[in-house]
Design a protein around this ligand. Sequence first.
Ligand SMILES: *Cc1c(COP(=O)(O)O)cnc(C)c1O
Length: 339
Amino acid sequence: MNEIDWSNLSFGYMKTDYNVRCKYANGAWGELEVHTDEQVTLHMAATCLHYGQEAFEGLKAFRGRDGKIRIFRMDENAKRLQSSCDGIAMAKLPVEKFEEAVVRAVKLNERFIPPYESGASLYIRPLLIGTSAQVGVKPAAEYEFILFVTPVGPYFKGGFQTTPFVVTRKYDRAAPLGTGIYKIGGNYAASLNAGEEAHRLGYSNVFYLDAKERKYIDECGAANFFGIKGNTYVTPKSTSILPSITNKSLMVLAEDLGLTVERRPIALEELDTFDEAGACGTAAVISPIERIDDLDNGKSYVFAKDGKPGPWCEKLYHKLRAIQYGDEPDTHGWVTVLD
Ligand SMILES: *Cc1c(COP(=O)(O)O)cnc(C)c1O
């Protein structure tokens, strides 16, 4: 194979050697299967194609300075996929089978794991779909779990940097009792226009408010929001936010570093009192927010100048990355080290 240019990887798809799959039929999951083919053959009446029975996950494996491979919190992704499956009436993959599939795919594609120095990583994308042929609107009887991996570059090419966000009142991401808490394809389809419009206006992403009152902060793009207010890490509590594993980890690290953590509804206007703000998720860990523009009200909430992230964003970002790459001890038992 041609040498991979590790320093020029983007967040895109690159073919790797193997993917891992597992089928559900007659009320039971089969054995894991290893495939080299990138194509999936589906019945044209499969429920995933018509009624959106699709859930996915995203996690990463890292090569440490010691050469060892580390996978971050895969048990959390396994459990969240189960929750998403419950949310849209799909068969749940057992946690152990999910973990076995992750380890198998990472080991089989070891040559695609970027070296430590590159700051890149191996992105792991599991997905689960309804496959039985049906026309009536009801849950499928058969399912398929597919997991592939692809190397991805460091999120911040020019170094850790802030970007601007824009508030939308034109679109809701998810309803209060809808599917926002599940990681499913349908939520993403519903978010595409809002994201594209924000990009056209020169923003990195869109800032959603709660769908009921348009008063509280919901999510920023496909990431959770957090703010720093004095010695407090504040993140929204809502029934429509996807429970981010990065946010969950940052809350623990924030406490370790001496911050108080609050999870509660955050009114948009409260942003005025925050010293720092960030979006968090697996792709970037933290994407620090430069400012949030509320164009409808001609207001701008500013958190950073000259693209420079605040001190707590810096500290939390470096702390979590250090644990993922094995540069600091994994005191919370978050990392699976492969042998
Ligand atoms: C995946 C995702 C996140 C981030 O979750 P992580 O587990 O931290 O990667 C946040 N919001 C939405 C809508 C997501 O789909």
